[in-house]
Write a protein that binds this ligand. Structure first.
Ligand code: PMP
Length: 416
């Protein structure tokens, strides 16, 4: 099937067609795939699937062409060079590959990337655990110190808050482009400028931005980034690590083995440049092809149109929550820019009960700490309910969500 702007129509998505009575508002957790992506995976699996890279057969050549073609499409989609996109399992894996690689730099002959006592790693209080725990680990392994940009009672931070934490000892700043809890969109270019002045590397968690807004990593000037296929209309099992080519060529590979090397002796190994040095073992080739098809699909819609649609959905979601008395919404104030998601609590009703109530009415949302426990601790709540939109979300979906939410407090007797 050709890619058409009807991507905005629920019709293009088999899951939404098969679950016509369900309102799917959990795209920040994972997205539904359009026919075009499922068909690209299917055609490849049925007619082109073979081992890639190794071997000189025609079958390998065709499969490699599709695999590398996917890499090229994804690279183009985020403003990267082909050698700057490494296939990983997901964004979590990509962030671990960066942190583990850096923790090995001293013994790997990459002294410029080595961390040690006195060095500082800066993160924000709003990070997803995937962009927190790998840095805790790097700090513990190298003796470096983790420093935290605090957020306010809405979960927000500013460039001034970040600047106040950065010192001349800062070696790395890791932060989410878009928060999966608050929908806050970080001032990436400003952070890069602060980092460069301090001589620090930047790591962008682009998990919630690559799917939803026009992203040019090269122009933004970040050093590393991570994102997942399954949040951007593609399959699970594959994600991407972005790095500037000269950094990736120095970064020690976190995983070693077949396909990563030039020469191996019994005592040692020499590694290929990026991306091969990181892609150890047999790769998720079919998933990578689906990932490429998803990037192509989003490109064909146009990321400015995707963002415009989601900005509209964000406005409707904010209005829907604010219309219900006794709700507390986190993130940017009404009217301010935010990604297409809302996290909130309902006074007197546990978030899991809110989620269950909505689910009983066919509305799929996410409840819990959304892999951001420190942020929820700061917000003073154990859990929130999150509703998140994507290209296929309609005003009708949000209206149904709003109508059900309006009944929650009465149902649980919280309005008495
Ligand atoms: N960072 C953010 C901001 C996320 O929202 C997520 C997914 N919830 C991740 C990282 C991790 O993504 P994945 O589970 O695909 O590795």
């Amino acid at each position: 099937t050709s890619t058409t702007p009807s991507a905005f129509a629920r019709d293009a998505y088999p899951y939404l067609r098969s679950n016509a009575e369900r309102t799917y508002l959990d795209s920040a957790a994972t997205s539904q795939r359009p026919d075009a992506v499922l068909e690209a995976e299917d055609v490849f699996a049925r007619t082109q699937y073979a081992a890639v890279h190794r071997g000189s057969s025609m079958a390998t050549g065709e499969a490699t062409w599709a695999f590398e073609g996917a890499r090229e499409t994804i690279a183009g989609f985020v403003g990267a060079g082909d050698r700057e996109i490494v296939f990983t399992e997901n964004a979590t894996d990509a962030l671990n590959v960066i942190a583990l690689g850096l923790s090995d730099a001293a013994t790997f002959g990459a002294p410029d990337l080595a961390f040690g006592p006195g060095d500082e790693i800066v993160i924000t209080e709003a990070e997803h655990h995937a962009n927190l725990i790998p840095w805790q680990r790097l700090a513990r392994r190298t003796g470096a110190t983790l420093r935290v940009v605090p957020v306010d009672e809405s979960g927000l931070w500013t460039i001034d808050d970040l600047t106040a934490v950065v010192t001349e000892r800062t070696r790395l700043i890791a932060f989410a482009h878009v928060s999966n809890v608050t929908g806050y969109i970080a001032p990436v270019a400003d952070v890069v400028q602060v980092a460069r002045q301090a001589g620090a590397l930047t790591v962008l968690d682009a998990c919630q931005s690559a799917p939803h807004l026009s992203l040019d990593l090269g122009a933004l000037g970040v050093d590393f980034a991570a994102f997942s296929s399954h949040k951007m209309l593609g399959p699970t099992g594959v994600g991407a690590l972005y790095g500037r080519a000269e950094l990736l060529d120095q970064l020690p590979p976190a995983r070693t083995g077949g396909s990563t090397i030039t020469t191996v002796t019994l005592q040692d190994a020499e590694f290929l440049p990026s991306p091969q040095r990181f892609e150890a073992g047999t790769q998720p080739v079919t998933q990578a092809v689906g990932f490429g098809a998803a990037a192509a699909y989003l490109s064909a819609i146009g990321m400015d149109r995707v963002r415009a649609h989601e900005a509209e959905m964000a406005g409707l979601l904010v209005d829907a929550v604010r219309a219900v008395p006794g709700t507390r919404l986190f993130g940017p104030p009404a009217g301010a820019e935010r990604a297409g998601l809302v996290s909130f609590v309902v006074d007197g009703v546990h978030s899991h009960d809110v989620g269950q109530f909505l689910d009983d009415r066919g509305i799929t949302v996410r409840t819990g700490h959304h892999c951001a426990q420190p942020l929820h601790r700061r917000l003073g709540v154990a859990a929130t309910t999150r509703a998140s939109a994507y290209v296929y979300t309609t005003a009708d979906d949000v209206a149904r969500f709003g109508a059900a939410l309006a009944e929650v407090r009465a149902f649980f007797g919280a309005d008495r």
